[in-house]
Ligand binder design. Structure first.
Ligand SMILES: CC(C)(COP(=O)(O)OP(=O)(O)OC[C@H]1O[C@@H](n2cnc3c(N)ncnc32)[C@H](O)[C@@H]1OP(=O)(O)O)[C@@H](O)C(=O)NCCC(=O)NCCS
Length: 144
């Protein structure tokens, strides 16, 4: 798998994947451009084929918590891409100085929840944002 930082026109590819996988939270081009200034936004390729995108929110003080979220397009799932991509981005988060790594999934996202648990993440919070009906689940990697 090749992982590329999304800049310039690649941000549209990043946005298309985000909005296809998370239709409940569609982002505009301006939203993505703004996020790119704060987060590591990447694309993953298998050969020449675009298979997914990811967000790393870099470690924040005081506890140096980073958040890693990987997304794989439905046609490319269950072939190990999610695992390879997660390992890659966990290493990036650690390189950026993270002392704790978290992820977040919607409680209705059974694929994402099962994937996170299979990779050792443990739930520590579940909450519904104002105006939403579906809860977000926050998980972390113990020992990171
Ligand atoms: C979660 C996601 C990234 C998994 O991508 P993937 O390429 O299918 O992942 P992998 O092929 O590496 O799966 C690795 C393991 O995770 C677990 N897993 C993945 N999808 C699963 C599912 N739907 N149900 C149960 N376990 C699952 C399994 O243990 C799987 O191993 P196996 O295929 O040998 O059984 C993908 O489903 C996705 O993009 N979901 C929407 C976004 C999201 O929820 N991201 C998670 C936040 S970290």
């Amino acid at each position: 798998m090749d992982v590329v930082v999304a800049t310039g026109p690649l941000l549209e590819d990043w946005r298309a994947i985000h909005n296809a996988i998370i239709p409940t939270d569609p982002l505009s081009a301006d939203d993505v451009a703004e996020r790119a200034t704060r987060h590591r936004l990447t694309l993953a390729y298998s050969g020449r084929e675009l298979v997914g995108n990811a967000t790393v929110r870099p470690p924040q003080d005081p506890d140096a918590i980073a958040t890693v979220i990987v997304r794989v397009l439905p046609d490319h799932r269950r072939r190990g891409h999610g695992t390879a991509y997660l390992q890659h981005e966990l290493a990036e988060a650690t390189n950026l100085g993270a002392r704790r790594i978290e992820t977040v999934v919607l409680e209705t996202n059974t694929d994402g929840f099962a994937f996170a648990l299979a990779h050792g993440f443990v739930e520590h919070d579940r909450y519904v944002l104002d105006g939403d009906t579906v809860a977000y689940v926050d998980l972390h990697l113990p020992g990171h």
